[in-house]
Design a protein around this ligand. Structure first.
Ligand SMILES: Nc1nc2c(c(=O)[nH]1)N[C@H]1C(S)=C(S)[C@@H](COP(=O)(O)O)O[C@H]1N2
Ligand SMILES: [Mo]
Length: 431
């Protein structure tokens, strides 16, 4: 049973005022650790939302949200995203909903490490640029627009943990399948122009990024995430301070009113709700820069083998990858010819070819592959696939980058489940 409107109501109510939600549903305020019982008007309300009576309602604990309602809470301004975690909110987009050449904001995934700021006001927002600069700057969004060239580019953003769900043994963290990737059109100014205006001092090696979100465990725990990039990456013309997404205000969960977009590198480098960039004379050591966070073993590591964190390296450019966005997996039809399409991207490289196989990799055909619309945009591809007759098939896609590096069939295990660029498979039944 799907009930988006009702579930939104319930979730919003719990988020905004848990006591009121409890009073409504359980008839009194309950402590989360204690069990409360659904009764009276609350029981009636819950049953109405579910569209059925609840014979075992006496066993339902306080704050209990039936899975029928909790399955897919609706996120305002998002369409069809699958929620992986509620707090912090993490939501991915099913592959077949990423079919557009440019990802609409409603379909851009959400990866939050903390609690986003609320009541954000773009007109009073400021960005501080300091650290090892000649002139520290404090800039409003209008200052950015007035003082620097405004550029728009389609830029691929992928979470380094995309594909984590397929690690075996499992890796801790949000269990992304395929949908923590997107390519929206971002409008903003070049970070390089802003850093040049501040004057980069001798000896700068790294940026450090700060945002306005707060730690899930409270402000005393520091920033939820503060990443940085080597100065050279920051100075690339494609690294943007973005204030618009697809020609409109950035979606609140995607970092409004100001965010970094550092294409080709782990999404974590693209700080959302950006308030400060400081320049440092050493590799940044902020939250999620050290240990095993966004770092991978320098050498292959057997699952469960002891970790030597000094032997880990920071993830830089993301590897080559492709996605089949049509047909959706599970496609079933009598048609022998299936129009197949998707995207491919390759970190800081371009994609040279996309191969498709329907016989479990024995033979491959080349898809028609578009050039990127601009540097760092994913590339769209398509092919008509003819199946020999009825039966179960899989379509496999495998991209190869401009250096001849292709996607693997299976990825090397790493403790945090990063960089899974194994080829994408979808199931197709010809009836
Ligand atoms: N301030 C802030 N910026 C952030 C994050 C965050 O939790 N807080 N998450 C990062 C991670 S891990 C990713 S993958 C991208 C995701 O961007 P999106 O949520 O707009 O898709 O934002 C990055 N920027
Ligand atoms: Mo991420």
């Amino acid at each position: 049973m799907r009930k988006t409107a009702a579930s939104r109501g319930l979730h919003e109510l719990y988020r905004e005022d848990p006591d009121k939600a409890d009073r409504l549903l359980f008839g009194r305020v309950t402590h989360p650790d204690r069990r409360g019982f659904l009764k009276g008007a609350g029981l009636g309300a819950m049953a109405a939302l579910l569209g059925a009576a609840i014979p075992f309602h006496r066993n339902m604990p306080a704050h209990f949200i039936p899975v029928a309602l909790a399955d897919q809470p609706t996120i305002q301004g998002k369409d069809g995203l699958v929620v992986l975690n509620d707090r912090p909110l993490n939501a991915e987009t099913p592959a077949h909903l990423l079919d557009d050449p440019i990802t609409p904001s409603e379909r851009h995934f959400i990866r939050n490490n903390g609690i986003p700021p609320v009541n954000v006001d773009a007109s009073t927002w400021t960005l501080t640029v300091d650290g090892l600069v000649e002139t520290p700057l404090t800039l409003g969004i209008d200052d950015l627009k007035r003082r620097f060239a405004v550029v728009t580019a389609a830029l691929t953003l992928e979470c380094a943990g995309n594909g984590r769900a397929f690690f075996d043994p499992p890796a801790d963290g949000a269990q992304w399948t395929y949908g923590a990737v997107a390519c929206s059109k971002w409008t903003g100014v070049r970070l390089a122009d802003v850093l040049k205006a501040a004057g980069v001092k001798e000896g700068v090696v790294y940026t450090a990024h700060e945002g306005a979100d707060t730690h899930p465990a409270g402000a005393a725990s520091g920033l939820p995430i503060s990443r940085g990039v080597p100065l050279a990456k920051a100075m690339e013309p494609h690294t943007l301070l973005a204030f618009a997404q697809n020609g409109q205000a950035i979606h609140p969960m995607n970092g409004a009113p100001l965010r970094l977009v550092v294409p080709g590198w782990p999404g974590s480098c693209s700080q959302k709700w950006l308030t400060r960039i400081w320049l440092r004379d050493r590799v940044h050591d902020g939250a999620k820069m050290t240990g095993t966070a966004y770092r991978v073993p320098a050498r292959p590591l057997a699952p469960g083998a002891p970790l030597d964190e000094s032997d880990f390296v920071i993830i830089g450019a993301m590897p080559v990858k492709s996605l089949i966005t049509h047909p959706a997996t599970g496609h079933s039809s009598a048609a022998r010819v299936v129009e197949t399409r998707g995207h491919a991207w390759a970190g800081e490289r371009t994609v040279k070819s996309v191969g498709l196989s329907t016989d479990f990799g024995a033979t491959w055909i080349d898809a028609a592959l578009d050039e990127p619309v601009n540097a760092h945009a994913w590339q769209n591809w398509r092919a008509s696939i003819a199946f020999p007759g009825p039966g179960y098939y899989e379509i496999w896609a495998r991209a190869t980058d401009s250096e001849g590096i292709g996607q693997p069939h299976a990825i090397a295990w790493n403790p945090k489940g990063y960089l899974n660029n194994a080829l994408h498979r979808v199931a197709v039944t010809v009836t």
